[in-house]
Design a protein around this ligand. Structure first.
Ligand SMILES: [Zn+2]
Ligand SMILES: [Zn+2]
Length: 155
């Protein structure tokens, strides 16, 4: 049996979280990791108790759904809510984070961003990561089915 790398393991977790997303526009998941431990996770969805895009349709303003909180923000806010430091942590995201999430990631002291898919990669975000010395790396993740075949995932 092939052993899953840490990168693939955390990326798998983000993809699992993405399956909980309630916005139909983009299904995103994010996992925050410190010292190889998962400290928080998030997916893009409405505020707790709010109506879901999947039930009421997206709330579109200027081409964006404003109802949802992005996966990265949700994960960072989960750390804020439960008092978990994010300084020096790493984040695994299914898609390249938007500029708003990029700024939140930097400001939260997160030092590495791993993303599986390119998504409207913002050149300004790249500039900000570079200035903040945040390591950004693409970690492709498309072997969920491969995992199943290896018997690591059942069903
Ligand atoms: Zn939506
Ligand atoms: Zn975002």
């Amino acid at each position: 049996m092939k052993r899953l790398s840490w990168d693939q393991y955390f990326m798998a977790q983000s993809h699992l979280l993405a399956s909980r997303s309630t916005c139909t526009r983009l299904v995103v998941g994010a996992t925050i990791v410190r010292d190889k431990r998962i400290i928080a996770g998030g997916y893009n969805g409405s505020i707790a108790g709010g109506p879901h895009c999947t039930d009421e349709g997206c709330y579109i303003v200027d081409g964006h759904c404003v109802r949802t909180i992005h996966a990265e923000m949700n994960a960072i806010l989960q750390c804020a809510k439960f008092g978990e430091p994010t300084d020096g942590a790493e984040i695994y995201v299914t898609h390249y984070p938007c500029i708003q999430c990029c700024k939140a990631i930097i400001q939260a002291g997160i030092k590495s961003v791993y993303f599986a898919k390119d998504y409207k990669n913002d050149p300004y975000a790249e500039e900000l990561y570079k200035a903040a010395k945040v390591n950004v790396k693409k970690v492709p993740f498309d072997n969920f089915f491969e995992l199943k075949m290896m018997g690591n995932v059942t069903q």
